[in-house]
Design a protein around this ligand. Structure first.
Ligand code: PEP
Ligand code: MG
Length: 597
């Protein structure tokens, strides 16, 4: 949304829209500025062990503090306790704990200085990691080590549990420990200097549905406790001490956002049936168990994509079959009878597991990733397949393979599944013998061979995030070509149509689970293509379901036909921009509340 002209630009901060909604209230500045290491000194040989023990005690005190926070965690954040466990493990991680002790001994320097050097070293290592998620985990390292530093220098931590009134939290960065300490009924919104789409503040704010803007760079310098602020978590704007006219405008925006949200969530449990009686399943994408409740709350017809990499990339060792099984079983049980599609591992590309050795690749997106990696590392693959199959006895589980590029890979993957089934039979372990097995269509060769592949699987799910990057040769994580990443490119649209047709000709269902599936502007087009299922972040589900209920498939088809006359992506975009909101009533709400997608 464009900020109206009358708003004073000098009071406006722009950041990353992390969690939608509008909060208006008083700021509460959390002093989490880093403790500066003022003293750097060499120590005498005879005091070295004393210094080591001072460091060990600070780590032990930090452990006790985190344990105390963990035992006090509010029920609604119970699922996020694992973040604190990760912090506890980091405290004793070799790279930080042992490295600091080694430095004290070898360089004969005080503990604060040694710790700072270890953290600097870790920062340097993390900055070279390609995976954005793991790279951003350096924030956790910094948070935890900042606590140790405070304990070393005897800093008394601020008690966030003592916040008395309803406020908007303003912080440099918020650790999971900070967030879990807060009385959440008193928090109207969060804003932070640091953070991006994958930071924990974002994940938690979204889970709690509290408006948040992150990555504001200097909000803690510009805002004081008691300032009145407006947080627009939908657009990423923050306004400081607004005048009456601005306040009035945002109160109006808040009212329309909340009434719209209440209305769509109220209806989100209704099926997504078009006015001419075509039903689409609208499902949710998740990355971890903690998101399942939100899927149910937002009326998801199931989980269309469970990305299973999180349990592998968030830790230093590989997960065991039992851990995976329990996780998948719990998701299946909560969702039952609604279906849960578990995607087998999609490691490589931009997601790496610490427990696996990854060779440096020139083009990781074209390298050993996803099913190719699993076919090579069959031990890791079989463990996951066993867990998925065993979980299938507890709900409506489907399995799908990512990045299939042709029939050979599919046959190999299916053969391994068969082998695992036979082993489970011999061990007398239960599984659903009729579990659907499908594939993602996200490599152009698979799209072209869709008619052949469709004969061998129970369903297709189109992964547009990758399909678009491979079809247009646009690296999806490269900011320099991001503007050329075009879901509505005529070549992409033709490819999607061909895949849907090939799937339907073979009598199988065709879904879509890339970001395009949850983008409202694409909804009429996707309905026109005849997709059977759309899967997206759970917060988009109510909105997309409502849009579908306001359309006819026939109108979607006619619209698509007109779009297909365009020969360039510019023509398509211009046409859609000029016609979509006037032609499809449901899209007018996007203009009113600011785009959700
Ligand atoms: C996709 O490629 O569209 C997809 C859904 O998978 P991911 O984003 O996990 O690669
Ligand atoms: Mg993909």
């Amino acid at each position: 949304m464009k900020v109206p002209e009358f708003i004073d630009r000098s009071s406006l901060l722009k950041g990353v829209a992390a969690s939608p909604g509008i909060a208006i209230g008083k700021a509460y500045l959390v002093d989490r500025s880093k403790v500066r290491v003022l003293y750097q000194y060499l120590i005498n040989e005879s005091f070295i062990e004393e210094e080591v023990s001072r460091f060990e005690q600070a780590v032990a005190r930090t452990e006790a503090q985190i344990e105390a926070i963990k035992s006090d965690i509010p029920a609604e954040l119970g699922d996020y306790a694992y973040i604190l466990d990760t912090h506890l493990r980091m405290l004793r991680d070799r790279m930080l704990y042992q490295d600091t002790i080694d430095r004290i001994r070898a360089e004969k320097i005080n503990a604060e200085w040694a710790l700072k050097k270890s953290v600097d070293h870790a920062q340097d290592l993390f900055s070279r990691i390609r995976d954005e998620y793991i790279r951003s985990r350096i924030m956790d390292v910094e948070n935890v080590m900042d606590r140790v530093m405070r304990n070393l220098v005897g800093h008394v931590p601020e008690n966030l549990a003592e916040i008395k009134e309803r406020v908007i939290i303003v912080a440099h960065d918020l650790s999971a420990a900070d967030t879990t300490q807060m009385r959440l009924d008193r928090v109207m919104g969060f804003i932070t200097d640091m953070g991006g789409k994958t930071s924990h503040t974002t994940i938690i704010a979204q889970a709690l549905e509290i408006p948040a803007v992150v990555g504001l760079k200097d909000c803690t310098q510009r805002i004081r406790t008691g300032d009145r602020i407006i947080v627009d978590g939908t657009s990423g704007d923050v306004l400081i001490n607004p005048d009456d006219k601005t306040l009035e405008f945002y109160h109006g925006r808040q009212r329309s956002y909340e009434s719209y949200q209440a209305e769509i969530v109220r209806c989100s449990h209704l099926p997504a049936v078009t006015l001419d009686d075509h039903r689409l399943e609208v499902k949710a994408n998740i990355e971890m168990f903690g998101e399942v409740a939100a899927v149910v709350d937002h009326g998801g017809d199931g989980i269309g994509l469970y990305r299973t990499e999180f349990l592998y990339v968030s830790r230093l060792t590989l997960p065991t079959e039992e851990e995976l099984f329990e996780d998948y079983r719990d998701v299946a049980q909560i969702m039952a009878p609604r279906p849960v599609t578990i995607r087998t591992l999609d490691l490589g590309g931009d997601k790496f597991a610490s427990a696996v050795h990854w060779a440096e690749e020139m083009n990781p997106a074209l390298g050993l990733r996803a099913i190719r990696f699993c076919l090579q590392e069959q031990g890791i693959f079989e463990t996951q397949l066993r867990a998925i199959l065993r979980a299938s006895a507890f709900g409506n589980v489907k399995m799908m393979f990512p990045m299939i590029s042709g029939l050979e890979e599919l046959f190999q993957a299916k053969e391994i599944v068969e082998r695992v089934r036979r082993k489970l039979d011999r061990e007398g372990l239960d599984y659903d013998p009729d579990m659907d097995v499908g594939i993602m269509i996200e490599v152009p060769s698979a799209a072209i061979m869709a008619d052949v592949l469709a004969q061998e699987v129970d369903f297709f799910s189109i992964g547009t995030n990758d399909l678009i990057q491979y079809a247009l040769a646009i690296d999806r994580v490269n900011e320099r070509v991001a503007h050329m990443y075009e879901p509505l490119h005529p070549a992409v649209l033709r490819m999607l149509i061909a895949v849907v047709r090939a799937g339907h000709a073979a009598g199988i269902r065709v879904g879509m689970c890339g970001e395009m599936a949850g983008d409202p502007i694409c909804t009429p087009i996707l309905v026109g293509m005849g997709l059977d299922e759309l899967s997206m972040p759970s917060t988009n589900v109510p909105h997309i379901k409502r849009l579908i209920r306001m359309l006819t498939r026939a109108d979607g088809e006619a619209y698509l036909e007109q779009i297909l006359k365009c020969r360039t992506v510019v023509e398509v975009n211009d046409f859609v921009k000029a016609t979509a909101t006037t032609r499809f009533a449901g899209l007018q709400d996007d203009a009113r509340i600011g785009s959700q997608a």
